[in-house]
Design a protein around this ligand. Structure first.
Ligand SMILES: *Cc1c(COP(=O)(O)O)cnc(C)c1O
Length: 236
């Protein structure tokens, strides 16, 4: 897992992950795979893109901008999945296709203001703090509707759904319960908002469980790339 074979290992991983995703999805629609490339090298992203992967998730805006610049020729779809500080709204609005981590109202105005008119509206997921952990980002479930209404009024933003990172419970039943609650919140949101089609949940350790509970998008890092190595970090 720590040593990466530059030619073969990723293809096996991408194929293997795609096979596991379609097995878990069984008869429902195939969830979209976002490859989480934080702290992975530009070369590793390029290799995965060469195998057909288009959507990549980054947590740190500065690191993402450096990579996007070096990978311009590939025309990838970038997702911002990390906690967003208000002073980074402009960079996100200008450089990403998706923001998965909107969790408070004060981000909406700047994102709307700075989304360039020549780009399609920014796809937005509301991040929900489903396990009510005080240290984590994400809004309380009670706040979803208020945020959704405000996003809905913003012409440069397009509300697509919800994202969550449930607590890493050792007991899979507790994780399953969190995914089920997310699914219920997602269905409730869909009732009031046309165009809501995305429930982003599930990472390397639990994506099959998340898919079984209705995830339409999974975010997978270490299972695709191998462990995140400090020496591969790009741009901080
Ligand atoms: C790092 C990260 C992931 C991927 O985690 P892995 O366990 O490496 O698959 C997914 N979502 C978010 C928000 C992350 O920060």
């Amino acid at each position: 897992m720590t040593s990466v074979d530059p030619t073969g290992s990723q293809k096996t991983s991408l194929d293997e992950i795609q096979r596991r995703i379609s097995t878990a999805a069984a008869t429902h629609e195939l969830p979209q795979l976002v490859a989480v490339s934080k702290k992975q090298s530009v070369d590793a992203i390029r290799r995965l893109a060469g195998l057909g992967q288009r959507a990549f998730g980054e947590n740190y805006v500065q690191e993402a901008l450096t990579k996007q610049n070096e990978l311009r020729d590939l025309n990838l779809e970038w997702h911002c999945i990390g906690p967003l500080q208000s002073n980074k709204c402009r960079e996100v609005a200008e450089n990403f296709a998706w923001l998965q981590s909107l969790d408070r109202a004060k981000l909406i105005g700047p994102l709307q203001l700075y989304r360039p008119p020549n780009l399609p509206a920014l796809n937005v997921l509301i991040q929900v703090n489903i396990d009510d952990e005080t240290s984590k980002s994400g809004c309380a479930p009670e706040l979803i509707e208020t945020l959704a209404a405000a996003i809905g009024k913003s012409s440069r933003l397009r509300l697509r759904g919800l994202m969550a990172i449930p607590a890493p419970h050792v007991d899979p039943e507790l994780r399953r319960a969190a995914f089920i609650r997310m699914r219920e919140l997602f269905l409730a949101l869909q009732k009031n908002h046309a165009g809501v089609d995305t429930l982003s949940m599930g990472m390397s350790e639990d994506f099959e469980l998340a898919i079984a509970q209705g995830a339409t998008m999974v975010r997978i890092g270490s299972a695709l790339f191998g462990a995140r190595a400090a020496h591969l970090m790009q741009g901080g």
